[in-house]
Every structure is written in C-alpha cells, then in structure tokens.
Design a protein around this ligand. Structure first.
Ligand SMILES: *[C@@H]1O[C@H](CO)[C@@H](O)[C@H](O)[C@H]1NC(C)=O
Length: 423
C-alpha cells in the first residue's frame, strides 16, 4: 500500500513537470504567447486579438506582484525556520557547543577474537565467576573490521597504525607514509596544530610501529633511531607530542653510553631536553609525578631499555616498571589538568602493545595477561570519562591478529557433546 502510494506520487510529479517542458521545447516565444491568448479566450469565452509581441500592462504588474510575493514568502519561511531552531534549542537546553572534546584512542595490538575469548574464560576460571561474566571490553564490543595493507593480505602494525593515524592504506612497514613514500598528516599532528594537547602511552619501545605512526614519518619501521629523533621534535613540524610513556630508552642514548642500541652517537635524551622535555627513566620518578598532579609538560618517560616486560612478569617487578593502566591514569589526569583552562581538549593514544608479541611467540599465558592488562587500562579510561567534566570519547580497536591462536578442543575418538559416545 505504502509502496504503491509513493510510486504513484512520484509518477504524478513527473507528469506535472513533463508537460510544460515538452511544450516549450517545441515552441517559440510567439507560440507561447498564442497559448496564453487561447487560454484567456477559453476562460473568458471571448476571442482575444493580441499580437505576438503585445503584452498588456496588467501582465507586467502580475509578474511584479508574483515576484514580490515570492520574495516575501521566502523571507517568511526563513524567519520561521530560525525561530523554530531557536525554540528547539532552548527546549532541549543545549549548552552552546564549546568544541572542547577529549579523544582517547586505544589499540589492542595483535588481538583477535580468540585472544579475547581465551582471556574471558581464563578470567572466569581465575575468579570462580559464572560463564556469563564478561570482560570490560566485551561490554563495549560493537563489531569487527577487515584489515589488510596495500602490500599484504595481513597488515602489520605499521600499516595498521598508518591507517588509524592518516586514514590511508599503505604497505607493511610504512610509518605514516603513503605507498609512494610521501608523508601523510596524522590525527595527532592535526590535533596539536588545532591546539589540543597530545600523548602516547605504550608498553613496547615508544619508537615501535604503532606509536611511531602518530608522530613520525619514515619508510621502514626498523628505522627506530630516526623515529626517536622525530618523536622529540626533530622534524619539520617540531615537537607535536606533549607526553610519552613507554619503553625504548636504548634508542635515545648515544652508542657511546651503556645500554644504547643506537647506530650513531647522537644523544636523543639531550635533544629532547633541548626541545623542552622533562625526562624520567625509572619507577621512582614515575611515582614522583603524584598520579599526574605533579607532572610538568612536555614529558618523556622511558621506563625500560627496550620493551616493558610482559604483564605476567612485570606484576612481580612493580617496583621497577609501571603498568599500562597506571601510565594511562597518570597521563589522563595530567592532560586533563593541563587543558582545564583551555577551550581545547586532548588526544591520547593508549596501546596494549604486547598482546601482539605474545601472539607471535605462541605464548597463551603471556597473552591472556596482556589482554587482562588492556582490559584494566580500558576500565581506567572509562572511569576517567565518567568523572571528567569535559566531554570525551574512547575508541578501541585492533589492527590485526598474530600467531593464529586456536582454542578448539577435541579428544581423539570423542565428541564434545556426548561423553557416552566414544568411537
Ligand atoms: C608473581 O605474582 C603473582 C601474582 O601476584 C604470584 O601469584 C606469583 O607467585 C609471583 N611469582 C613470583 C615468582 O614471585
């Protein structure tokens, strides 16, 4: 019914516009006037004797009248629309939009559906919880994404993060450069340029692919020495990151120093300090940040020579390394306080970086603890968003799966659903 009704309405409309269109296409100005004359004759019942160019004065005034009416009617509609908009706004009590927003972008690097499902079961087992008990991330899961890079069916973290930061597909290994090796502007760089504050919190080297893609541009992810230089501001945009927490100290120390992994003798910690950074490199200094209220920007905190140990090991070394959620909480508090009197908020990227490594190494025990650490960091982020006075949004996503984790179980010669059948 509804369908045929609307079809009818559409075809009627076409007929209405069709006729004059066809008529005027085949007729001259003169024959158009003749039509009007004939119409008048039919209406009045008197033959009219108008020449083709002789318009009567009242026709002119009729057109003027119509024009004035059209202008007045249009103005009236506009005024009405503005009034309606205003009254709707006051009815819903909208705050005038300040434009101030915070964005926390989370990456569960290398986490596929099976990592999540194994972690959920592990949590239920460990807590003696019912099978209906969910992870925090479960309650926010809205879908899946298909990921592939321009060079491979399976994207790596570099192409994945280039897609997140630049909204462009590139090749595996690309650090925010396009397939033809041109640097692409990142969301963090854009945020900084727009007056937002920015931060990166990870558990790998801060120079690893995911964080690098937000504030560096190189052809291959392996160029971590160069990435370190760019991230502290040694590139055309200058310093764009206000806060960095993670590992990877060895790429910042000159190769004459102990525990350096640089190929050259450049001192990137010194370079960072020259660019204004406050530098810390241990747990004690992290604790001195007093949960974020004692943090001075810009801040570079590198708590491990390379990667921060897997959570399964780190939990026994809490006096040496901060956890992902601790780092996220300090960053959130500090960024929130620093932007309190600004009309712009902040952009913070938080990565559960080593879910990926545990997958690559086929280490399910390490992997569930990495996912649990990510889940805890997500809890911190959600808690922050609930209590912070500035509107904010959390986006969480994975870039790819690593290791091909499978959790299927079938004993030889059994079916999982009928234990009495055994053949
Ligand atoms: C490490 O910490 C876990 C959790 O607190 C504990 O169960 C385990 O015994 C600790 N391992 C060592 C070697 O101390």
């Amino acid at each position: 019914m509804f369908r045929s009704g609307s079809t009818f309405a559409v075809s009627a409309f076409i007929m209405a516009v069709d006729r004059p269109l066809l008529a005027s296409r085949n007729s001259s100005e003169a024959s158009n006037d003749r039509d009007i004359a004939e119409e008048d004759a039919l209406l009045t019942g008197h033959p009219t004797k108008r020449s083709s160019d002789g318009r009567r004065p009242w026709a002119f005034w009729r057109e003027v009248g119509l024009f004035v009416w059209a202008v007045v009617a249009t103005a009236f509609v506009i005024v009405l629309a503005v009034f309606y908009q205003k009254s709707q706004d006051s009815k819903h009590n909208y705050k005038s939009p300040s434009g101030k927003r915070n964005l926390i972008f989370m990456v569960s690097d290398g986490m596929g559906p099976t990592s999540l499902s194994l972690t959920r079961s592990f949590m239920q087992f460990q807590n003696g919880a019912p099978w209906s008990e969910q992870l925090v991330i479960d309650q926010h899961l809205i879908g899946q994404s298909r990921t592939r890079s321009s060079s491979s069916l399976i994207t790596d973290s570099a192409a994945g993060a280039t897609a997140f930061s630049c909204a462009m597909k590139s090749y595996n290994g690309a650090i925010s450069v396009t397939p033809d090796h041109e640097p692409c502007g990142t969301v963090l760089e854009a945020a900084k340029k727009a007056g937002y504050m920015t931060g990166l919190v990870v558990t790998t080297r801060i120079t690893d692919a995911t964080p690098a893609c937000f504030a560096a541009h190189v052809h291959q992810r392996g160029e971590e020495d160069r990435i370190a230089e760019q991230m502290v501001g040694d590139y055309p945009l200058g310093r764009v990151v206000d806060l960095m927490f993670g590992g990877g100290r060895c790429h910042f120390l000159p190769n004459s120093a102990d525990h350096s992994c640089r190929g050259d003798n450049k001192d990137i910690v010194e370079l960072a300090k020259n660019n204004g950074f406050n530098y810390i490199d241990n747990r004690k200094a992290f604790d001195d940040l007093k949960g974020g209220s004692g943090l001075d920007f810009p801040m570079l905190g590198l708590f491990a020579e390379t990667d921060i140990p897997y959570e399964i090991d780190r939990r026994n070394e809490t006096d040496v390394y901060p956890s992902l959620h601790e780092m996220a909480e300090v960053a959130l508090k500090a960024l929130s306080e620093a932007t309190r009197n600004s009309d712009k908020g902040f952009f913070l990227m938080v990565e559960g970086s080593r879910i990926d490594h545990a997958g690559h190494h086929n280490d399910p025990a390490a992997q569930v603890h990495e996912v649990l650490a990510y889940d805890k960091a997500m809890t911190s982020v959600l808690d922050f968003l609930k209590h912070d006075e500035t509107e904010g949004v959390m986006v969480s996503t994975s870039d790819h799966e690593t290791g091909g984790l499978a959790t299927a179980r079938r004993k030889p010669f059994t079916r999982p659903y009928h234990s009495q059948y055994s053949y």
